[in-house]
Design a protein around this ligand. Structure first.
Ligand code: SF4
Length: 327
């Protein structure tokens, strides 16, 4: 292993400069992904960690009908926020189902958005065929054990899953990501933040080198809305989703008047089920509607033998969460 320089950033400006000046430098926040990949698995090779842990980017503020979450806020802090409890309960559910208590106290919201895939082949340096690590080398998962891989947004170059629970309700709620670099700030909808692998699985999002995630803005649920997060997994703790769904709806006189649906465990990125929402809005809150929404959500999946079971499982997950939030 080559040496990695460690620098603690004194302020935001020096943090940006320290990463911008070195193409192999990276920001380090809670460290729950980055340290594993660089030090334990040794599949990424940064030249420098710029520790941003002491920057004043922590806390949750409310601005009208939106929450503004600073990127270094921990998962546990966000889950405990009173506005999240009352006005974004499915965000809280996803946070609490997302990791152990120890991890939730270290892992940051910015880091959660930027977590790397759990694909076992990506994290094994002895596996040569991984287009995400080494573009053009192939994909070991296509013919390998692919139970925890994606069926939406996937293709022959890469079927790696984005494993975040938190991002599922966030993408459903039209959350936005605030980014900062030396040129200033920009705001990107979370639905446009990630990239599907295409022929560049190594490029996972629209972040430029040296750009820092500073905040996440999340609209609150409208009055009268109900929400829920359902995570289907092999065991009930410390396990990633096999499939998951986060739904929020309003129902008036038995008719769905507003609906948001995000999916986890199935996409190469946190998946927004736009087509399903179109089916739901204006339709009766019935089993038939829920199944039609599920069919619309899981259209044209890309499956390999290991992931084919997810098609029906994801549909059933959607039906069940819609039944729950409309009952
Ligand atoms: Fe690599 Fe993606 Fe294939 Fe996993 S699924 S081995 S990350 S190319």
């Amino acid at each position: 292993m080559t040496d990695i320089e460690y620098v603690r950033a004194a302020d935001q400006g020096s943090a940006l400069a320290l990463v911008a000046e070195d193409p192999d430098a990276v920001f380090l926040a809670g460290g729950t992904t980055e340290l594993d990949l660089a030090l334990k698995d040794q599949v990424v090779h940064p030249s420098r960690f710029v520790d941003i842990g002491r920057l004043p980017l922590r806390g949750v503020t409310r601005d009208g009908d939106r929450l503004r979450v600073a990127a270094l806020t921990t998962m546990e802090e966000l889950a405990a926020d009173p506005t999240v409890r009352e006005r974004l309960p499915f965000v809280r559910e996803a946070l609490l189902l997302g990791a152990s208590t120890q991890l939730r106290n270290m892992a940051t919201i910015g880091g959660n958005l930027l977590q790397r895939t759990r694909c076992r082949y990506f994290r094994d340096p002895d596996v040569g065929a991984c287009n995400k690590r080494d573009p053009g080398s192939g994909c070991a998962a296509i013919e390998g054990v692919a139970r925890m891989h994606a069926i939406l947004g996937a293709g022959p170059s890469c079927i790696a899953l984005h494993a975040s629970d938190l991002c599922v309700p966030l993408v459903a709620m039209d959350a936005e990501v605030e980014l900062l670099d030396a040129d200033g700030t920009r705001t990107v909808p979370l639905t446009e933040f990630y990239r599907t692998p295409g022929d560049r699985p190594d490029v996972e999002n629209v972040l430029r080198h040296g750009e820092l995630v500073t905040h996440v803005q999340v609209p609150l649920l409208p009055d009268g809305a109900r929400s829920g997060y359902l995570k289907v997994r092999d065991r009930t703790s410390y396990e990633f989703a096999t499939t998951s769904a986060g739904a929020a709806v309003t129902v008036e006189d038995g008719t769905i008047t507003w609906a948001k649906l995000g999916l986890g465990g199935v996409g190469t990125m946190p998946w927004r089920a736009w087509e399903a929402e179109s089916v739901l809005v204006g339709a009766p809150a019935s089993e038939r509607t829920f199944r039609a929404a599920a069919e619309a959500a899981i259209r044209d999946p890309f499956t390999v033998p290991g992931t084919a079971f997810k098609v029906e499982l994801a549909k059933r997950t959607i039906v069940r969460i819609l039944r729950t939030v409309t009952s």
